[in-house]
Design a protein around this ligand. Structure first.
Ligand code: NAP
Ligand code: MG
Length: 488
């Protein structure tokens, strides 16, 4: 470490001047309808609900609430588009539409980043550098597959599934929409997408983009609403496939509903990832990886490294450095380009985080919470680390889905694997070690869909993502992601 670095770390975090992005860039309309058959239309019951900015609690816009009747209209539109247009459109032509959508997302990326941050509360730096570029990358990637399905390993001329009902959560709104729509359209399906109640906005801007790309009417329908809208979509007999990303609880419910039908199903559910740190790991990178693994997107990440498993020999040093690093995280205005940790997405999610962290204290874990000042309005939770956590603690067993890290220790690789696997989830893990053979030994024994080595939260459209056990089934991304949308 250089003298300069030492001096900086002694000073704690440096103050930065505010660098706010402009909210005007969002160009929001006051109210949005349902996107059905290529047009924005009024909901049949004329019901609306508000979408808030969680950093200020102000209403951003009102959006339509889709009833079962509206779901029926959207499914009928998707069916008609499938039968009359999309199933007759060649792969090369479908690719052209997908490339167009990707390019328009790039052209409107600044607007989309602002919309996403206003609606979700995530730092503008993350929407700008992660969510929006990755959403465009997904459309680009699957555009490339649309005319090459014969070579995807699913036999000659694999057929689409038909009409897909797609339900997504609030943590990466546009990115989750891209993960769902891009492979489905590339494979030749038509879609009805339901975004989450607290973050419908970027999907509605995406609807405008689909119009701009002149995607044929009805190929994608976007209906805003709450759990009842999602439920009506799951129940609809005209839907051939349900793709769901969200909580394990709702996923289980959907699985029961679909079980007695011929509908196909993929589920991307919750997680409680272990980030395993060996004493030979490169320390500076590892500390940043741990921080990124849990505080990226306020910890509202299904694959978050929410359980840190650290080798006992270095546990004291790692904890000391982590606590110091947490103090330096800039928490506050998500629209400020310097912000590291933004607002919690909703009052309900904040309540859940508070409830679970209270258990952490009452069950005897040692709590370190950043001393950062929190804004008066909005939903906020200061980054928190719990040490002395044991496997029986609720904070180690349950998915907190917030900026809260639980630190556990281990002595041997065997113990690390046993503790990492001691969860009902199985989405993602990280392993930090200088030794490749050890990393591979551990990775082969971890029961998780994704294992990162000396990095964390790395996403790429070419790479399959998904879980095992209570984290769900089916893969999104890569060639594997096509399988979910082909009749194979
Ligand atoms: P959620 O409550 O399960 O909601 C997910 C979506 O399902 C929302 O659009 C929701 O609508 C809708 N929904 C609610 N009840 C429904 C029902 N009975 N039938 C059909 N749809 C229904 O989950 P969340 O709290 O939004 O998201 C957080 C969870 O998602 C976490 O557990 C996280 O780990 C998981 N997640 C997983 C992945 C992955 O790839 N594995 C990625 C991101 C998030 P409303 O918004 O109106 O409630
Ligand atoms: Mg919102």
């Amino acid at each position: 470490m250089t003298q300069h670095h030492l001096a900086n770390s002694e000073l704690g975090s440096l103050d930065y001047d505010p660098a706010p992005e402009s909210a005007q860039i969002a160009k929001l309309k006051g109210a949005y309808g349902l996107f059905i058959d290529g047009q924005f239309t009024d909901p049949t019951q004329h019901e609306q609900f508000a979408s808030l900015n969680p950093a200020t609690e102000e209403t951003l816009v009102t959006v339509a609430h889709a009833s079962a009747e509206d779901v029926d209209r959207a499914v009928a539109s998707a069916r008609k588009a499938y039968d009359t247009v999309w199933s007759k459109t060649t792969g090369a032509r479908r690719a052209k539409y997908l490339f167009r959508i990707a390019r328009i997302i790039q052209e409107r990326s600044r607007e989309l980043a602002v919309v996403e941050t206003l609606d979700n509360g995530k730092p503008i730096r993350e929407s700008r550098d992660v969510d929006i570029p990755l959403a465009a990358a997904h459309f680009f990637y699957y555009a490339g597959w649309a005319d090459k399905l014969d070579h995807a390993g699913f036999g000659a001329d694999p057929r689409p599934v038909g009409v897909c009902g797609q339900i997504i959560p609030w943590n990466f709104p546009l990115l989750m929409a891209a993960w769902k729509l891009a492979p489905a359209l590339a494979a030749g399906n038509t879609c009805v997408l339901k975004p989450a109640e607290t973050t419908p906005l970027s999907a509605l801007i995406l609807a405008e983009i689909l119009q701009q790309a002149e995607l044929p009417e009805g190929v994608v329908n976007i209906i805003t609403g709450d759990g009842s809208t999602g439920s009506a979509l799951v129940e609809h007999p005209g839907v051939d496939k349900i793709a769901f990303t969200g909580s394990t609880e709702v996923g289980r419910l959907i699985q029961q509903r679909v079980a007695t039908t011929t509908k196909r199903l993929t589920l991307e559910l919750g997680g409680n990832g272990a980030n395993i740190v060996f004493d030979d790991a490169p320390v500076d990178e590892m500390i940043e990886g741990i921080i990124d693994g849990i505080f990226f997107n306020q910890g509202h990440v299904c694959c978050a490294g929410s359980r840190l498993l650290v080798q006992e020999t270095i546990a004291d040093e790692v904890l000391r450095r982590l606590v110091r690093r947490v103090e330096q995280l800039r928490v506050g205005d998500p629209m400020d380009k310097n912000t590291d940790v933004g607002a919690i997405n909703s009052a309900a999610q904040l309540e859940r985080i508070k409830e679970l962290t209270a258990f952490g204290e009452s069950e005897g874990a040692t709590r370190y919470t950043s001393s950062c000042a929190l804004p008066d309005k909005g939903y906020w939770f200061a980054p928190t680390v719990f040490a002395d956590v044991t496997q029986s603690h609720r904070i180690a067993r349950e998915e907190i889905f917030g900026p809260v890290l639980s630190v556990l220790t281990f002595r041997t690789p065997e113990e690390a694997v046993a503790k990492a696997n001691n969860t009902n989830y199985g989405l993602a893990c990280g392993v930090w070690s200088e030794k490749g053979s050890r990393t591979l030994w551990v990775a082969q024994r971890l029961r998780a869909g994704v294992v990162w080595a000396n990095t964390y939260n790395r996403f790429d459209p070419t790479s399959p993502f998904g879980g095992v056990r209570e984290s769900g089934f089916g893969r999104e991304g890569g060639r594997h992601g096509l399988e979910a949308y082909l009749n194979v």
